[in-house]
Design a protein around this ligand. Structure first.
Ligand code: HEC
Ligand code: HEC
Ligand code: HEC
Ligand code: HEC
Ligand code: HEC
Length: 445
């Protein structure tokens, strides 16, 4: 009997030790530095805290704008300045499973913008950031999202803030260091990242790689050549009496689907041009037509960036009285399966300069003409129905708008419209200006 008793004492002891060590592992903190968990990942940390900039004060966009007024106004209309107030972003951020600190590292990337600093990850787990309050938190700068300082301000060895410029031979009231390639390549830190946090949380932006792949077509072009087009003007307000130079528009126009309906009017002045253009219409024989479109203007795949972006091409057949007889549709984009494991299942995006042919039989009936419409869709209605459900977790200021997402958040834009008369073979294209007036009034996908 005695040995059984000893055995049970031993097993109880073993069990006790195991549970205690589990509890110790679980509840006694074991902080691991962020850079050990995510080595070499720039998005794993915000830009270090920036002290006041000599001649400027707090390194806020608002302050830069006092002298760089035009650049500031352009940036105010950009997606970059809306990367925090973006309603879809706010909804997704509020999901309980969202690794908020990681999202914020790209969407509000400077430490001054953060209430809390992540000092380590408990047990090396991204779900368990160890956070302390940030005494240098600037709530105004937080709202500026991808602010000027993201690309332009850093701290030197003496702990002083300076501006990164690309020109030289300028006379600013603030310190500058010239490093054109650092400034111009900054885009890659956020727009060229693929990382699998867990099986269903994947970040996949390959715009930089896609551009490299297209080097034969765009050898001398980088992101800045197309997204910050050159304009001759003074860098600063006229009162400062500086000469005109090659300056860069800071509207960062992309796919032509802005974050608010009011911003549609800034797309064309900001430099928008659709990647896709009509190459040709042809009537092949009496019963079919061939329409060709081309990725003429984008130096990367079309569409690039967020995996949900896609183009919808519609072909509408009209009779004499301009009544629609029937409609055909194709989709250009990536398709992903998100659960149980995130996985790309197909990708028919247009490579740079690629031509896509669409041959279609003319339907029965008295067809007079065909209209091609191309929509750039950033958010589908079914996805926004789902996004609306996360409204209640979001900060109060966004909740009402997220609940009525279609009313407040542009989902798509009509970016090309062309009509082909089957008898006369005449082609009529709608101007970009007219399309964007239509877009401002459209709602949903
Ligand atoms: C008090 C006015 C003022 C403020 C505020 C100001 N700047 Fe400037 N900045 C200038 C002037 C003046 C120049 C030089 C223009 C020239 O010589 O043509 C300049 C030049 C620059 C340049 C180009 C330098 C080069 O040689 O390439 C950059 C970039 C720049 N500023 C960024 C910023 C940023 C970012 C902020 C805010 C953090 C800021 N500036 C705030 C006045 C200002
Ligand atoms: C590596 C940097 C990076 C991280 C980390 C990141 N994002 Fe983004 N996010 C981007 C970029 C770049 C875009 C713009 C892509 C585009 O316009 O197609 C973007 C766009 C978005 C958009 C707008 C989508 C659209 O189609 O316009 C949402 C919503 C979003 N991110 C949510 C999140 C959430 C939630 C997280 C955290 C789970 C997160 N992001 C983490 C870089 C990042
Ligand atoms: C710190 C991260 C970061 C850096 C650096 C960055 N971006 Fe972005 N960018 C973003 C995020 C995040 C978004 C999307 C915000 C959203 O949709 O809410 C975005 C959106 C854009 C868009 C708008 C897409 C659209 O259709 O509205 C363009 C264009 C763009 N970025 C170009 C650039 C270029 C060019 C550079 C380099 C000069 C650059 N970005 C650097 C984070 C960054
Ligand atoms: C996403 C990165 C990014 C952001 C954000 C950004 N800039 Fe720039 N900025 C650039 C690049 C890239 C250039 C052009 C570099 C070159 O000349 O090769 C530039 C150029 C400039 C110049 C030199 C004059 C010119 O137009 O080329 C000034 C001044 C300037 N930026 C001010 C600002 C201010 C002010 C803000 C905020 C309102 C801002 N920038 C936001 C990337 C950025
Ligand atoms: C040769 C010109 C060109 C170059 C180079 C270029 N882009 Fe674009 N980009 C465009 C055009 C045009 C569009 C609009 C595409 C469309 O119709 O949706 C675009 C769209 C985008 C979008 C929105 C997604 C989309 O497909 O509409 C993002 C984000 C973007 N570009 C980022 C970048 C970044 C980052 C780089 C550098 C790695 C870059 N671009 C280089 C021309 C260019």
């Amino acid at each position: 009997m005695k040995h059984i008793k000893t055995l049970s004492i031993i097993s109880t002891a073993v069990l006790l030790i195991a549970s205690v060590s589990f509890l110790v592992w679980k509840f006694v903190p074991n902080p691991v530095p962020v850079e050990e968990v995510f080595p070499g990942r720039i998005w794993a940390k915000p830009v270090t805290q920036l002290p006041d900039l000599q001649g400027v004060g707090a390194p806020r966009a608002e302050n830069c704008g006092k002298c760089h007024a035009e650049i500031y106004q352009e940036w105010k209309t950009s997606t970059h300045s809306h990367a925090l107030s973006d309603l879809q972003f706010q909804a997704e951020l509020s999901k309980p499973s969202s690794p908020q600190w990681i999202c914020l590292n790209c969407h509000i990337p400077v430490q001054n913008q953060r209430e809390k600093i992540v000092v380590a990850l408990n047990h090396g787990k991204y779900e368990e950031p160890v956070e302390v309050p940030n005494p240098g938190f600037d709530p105004k700068m937080k709202e500026e999202a991808v602010t000027c300082a993201t690309c332009h301000v850093r701290v030197d060895e003496q702990g002083k803030s300076y501006v990164i410029g690309a020109n030289g031979n300028t006379s600013p009231p603030h310190p500058v260091k010239i490093n054109a390639s650092l400034l111009r390549n900054r885009c890659y830190d956020c727009h060229n990242e693929t990382y699998e946090l867990n099986s269903s949380l994947v970040c996949s932006f390959q715009t930089g790689t896609e551009l490299k792949e297209a080097a034969s077509h765009f050898a001398d072009k980088d992101c800045v050549s197309c997204h910050l087009p050159t304009v001759k003007r003074s860098f600063v307000i006229a009162e400062l009496g500086k000469s005109k130079k090659d300056s860069h528009k800071h509207s960062f126009i992309g796919g032509g689907v802005p974050k608010k309906f009011e911003l549609y009017q800034h797309q064309i002045p900001g430099g928008y041009s659709p990647g896709i253009v009509l190459e040709s219409w042809e009537k092949k024989d009496s019963d079919s037509i061939l329409v060709k479109v081309k990725n003429q203007n984008a130096g990367h795949y079309l569409p690039s960036g967020d995996p949900e972006r896609h183009l919808k091409l519609e072909l509408i057949w009209l009779d004499d009285s301009r009544k629609a007889i029937s409609k055909d549709e194709i989709r250009i984009g990536q398709e992903w399966e998100w659960s149980p494991k995130a996985r790309k299942t197909s990708d028919n995006r247009l490579r740079p300069k690629e031509i896509r042919e669409w041959r279609k039989e003319i339907p029965e009936g008295k067809v007079k003409s065909a209209i091609l419409r191309v929509y750039h869709i950033r958010l589908k209605n079914v996805v926004s129905d789902y996004v609306e459900k996360y409204a209640t977790g979001a900060p109060e200021q966004y909740q009402v708008k997220i609940k009525e997402l279609k009313k407040h958040y542009p989902h798509s834009s009509l970016v090309l419209e062309s009509e082909f008369d089957l008898n006369t073979k005449k082609v009529k294209n709608t101007s970009l200006k007219d399309l964007f007036e239509i877009n401002e009034k459209r709602r949903g996908e």
